[in-house]
Unconditional design. Structure first.
Length: 122
C-alpha cells in the first residue's frame, strides 16, 4: 500500500474506505454494504457498465432495454431482499462507481460441497 493510501475496515465487511488518486486529486473511495435504498442507483450503473463493456456485441437496437429489465432497479430490489445475497457498492466523492454481489451458502462448483459463495457475473 502506498504512503498516501489508508485502508480501514470495521469489525465486519459492511464498510471500507481508502484514499486514492483520481484525476490528479486525492479522493476517498468508500465500499459499503448496499441496502434496498441503493436499488435505483444500482439499476442505473450496472446496465450502463454492461453496455459500456459489451454493447459492441449487440446486434439488436433493443438490447439495452433487455439489460434494463434484467439488471434494473426492480431486479436489484429483489436481489437485496434475498437473505443469502450480499451486495457492496463502491462510491467516489458520493457517486456510485461500482458494485459486487455474492450469494452465500452456494454449492462449491467443483466439489459440490455446501457452504460456498458465488460471485455472479453480469
Amino acid at each position: 500500500m502506498s504512503a498516501g493510501s489508508r485502508l480501514s475496515a470495521g469489525p465486519t465487511t459492511d464498510h471500507m474506505s481508502r484514499t486514492v488518486c483520481v484525476n490528479g486529486k486525492m479522493s476517498a473511495v468508500i465500499v459499503r454494504r448496499a441496502t434496498v435504498e441503493d436499488a435505483n442507483v444500482l439499476g442505473i450503473i450496472v446496465p450502463a457498465a454492461y453496455a459500456e463493456a459489451y454493447g459492441y456485441l449487440w446486434d439488436r437496437p433493443d438490447a439495452y432495454s433487455d439489460q434494463l429489465r434484467t439488471f434494473g432497479a426492480p431486479a436489484f430490489a429483489s436481489l437485496l431482499a434475498q437473505p443469502d445475497a450480499r451486495l457492496w457498492i463502491g462510491e467516489v466523492e458520493g457517486a456510485a462507481v461500482g458494485f459486487l454481489s455474492m450469494i452465500v451458502g452456494s454449492l462449491d462448483p467443483i466439489e459440490r460441497r455446501s457452504g460456498g459463495a458465488l460471485i455472479p457475473r453480469i
